[in-house]
Design a protein around this ligand. Structure first.
Ligand SMILES: [Zn+2]
Ligand SMILES: [Zn+2]
Length: 354
């Protein structure tokens, strides 16, 4: 297989494979091929996120047959003949995206919009298997994080990209709607990079308790799920912060909250569209408000090249993630994992291997 060095590798591996939407089983299959620039990872943990629920239903550009899993963490088990800088047994995390380098956007330095983008765990096999391969330049070493916490490096990289897009100024007041995994990491990044007062607004419960335990904000506002009570609480929040916030992040994926969020942006401030919304969702704003109050509306989607920054923050405990992965499952428990995700019984889950 052209690898310079390797563990004693087995011939085959166990993997979670979809043959089509919603049809999955645990299969025994050959180890993935190692191209000359690839690293073969013996997977220790692979994060599960909302995207995997979409993939289960055949959405999000999923191409079957497929081994999903796009937040892969493990040990270097082998590498191709052209790979340098890695040793067998290195603890690593993989960036799941492969970019072409030559399309319209790549040639202009906008690789995030690569037209020939390949996503491991979506279009080609990913990390819900005992082994997975990635190009060496998309594989990163880390030291201190547990395998399970390291699965958060992918969402942390997306949050770091969000921080770049927002480019907060010193002394910013920040309001963040939602307390999901990426929101909790983005809130901490904002707090450490210009945010002088950060408010997290979300329904009470597990995620809000976690936000507090991570010390992710300066102020926590519980927005009950019941519409009327939530509306009152939002009204009160507006009274408490009459000049609004320099940065308002909508991180729940609710178009209804996005419509409300713009009214919390101070004049000249930024509204950050940071959730995953339904394709049919629409919002209505007053264009005159955006015009007269010079409100910046900006999107932040995915990431490129932010894994090193994510590792710097998480591996040094600058950004706290303890408890964000609230439950782990084995490959055989995939059905239970899916159900727990659907019923929102977990904040974030991971599949673990021995
Ligand atoms: Zn994900
Ligand atoms: Zn490209």
């Amino acid at each position: 297989m052209g690898s310079m060095d390797s563990f004693d590798l087995p011939r085959s591996m166990r993997a979670l494979e979809y043959t089509e939407a919603q049809k999955f089983s645990i299969v025994e299959k050959p180890l993935p091929k190692i191209r000359e620039h690839d690293v073969l990872i013996k997977v220790k943990a692979c994060g599960v996120c909302g995207t995997d629920l979409h993939i289960h239903d055949g959405e999000f550009g999923a191409q079957f047959p497929l081994v999903p899993g796009h937040e892969t963490v493990g040990l270097v088990a082998a590498y191709g003949s052209q790979v340098t800088g890695f040793s067998i047994g290195d603890r690593v995390v993989a960036d799941n995206s492969e970019l072409c380098g030559h399309c319209h956007y790549c040639r202009r330095g906008k690789e995030l919009f690569c037209e020939n983008f390949i996503a491991h765990g979506v279009m080609v096999d990913g990390g819900f298997a005992e082994y997975a391969t990635y190009p060496a330049h998309r594989v990163f070493k880390f030291k201190n994080l547990s395998d399970v916490d390291a699965t958060l490096l992918e969402p942390a990289a997306c949050a770091a990209h969000g921080l770049d897009k927002i480019a907060p100024q010193m002394g910013s007041k920040v309001l963040l709607f939602g307390a999901g995994p990426t929101g909790l990491m983005l809130a901490q990044l904002l707090r450490q990079n210009g945010g002088c007062h950060t408010v997290i607004a979300a329904p009470g419960g597990l995620k809000m308790e976690l936000a507090r335990s991570l010390d992710a904000a300066d102020e926590y506002v519980e927005l009950p799920r019941d519409g009327d009570t939530a509306a009152k609480r939002m009204e009160q929040l507006r009274t408490e912060h009459p000049y609004g916030f320099d940065i308002v992040v909508e991180a729940t994926g609710s178009a209804r909250i996005l419509e409300k969020a713009i009214h919390f942006v101070t004049k000249g401030g930024k509204l950050v569209v940071y959730g995953v919304y339904g394709d049919e969702d629409r919002v209505s704003f007053s264009p005159n408000m955006i015009f007269k109050e010079e409100i910046h509306v900006l999107g932040s989607f995915s990431q490129t090249c932010k894994f090193p920054a994510a590792i710097d923050y998480l591996d040094r405990k600058r950004i706290k993630v303890d408890g964000i992965v609230s439950k782990t499952f084995t490959l055989d428990e995939w059905e239970a994992c899916l159900n727990a995700m659907k019923k929102k019984l977990v904040i974030k889950a991971a599949i673990v291997f021995d």
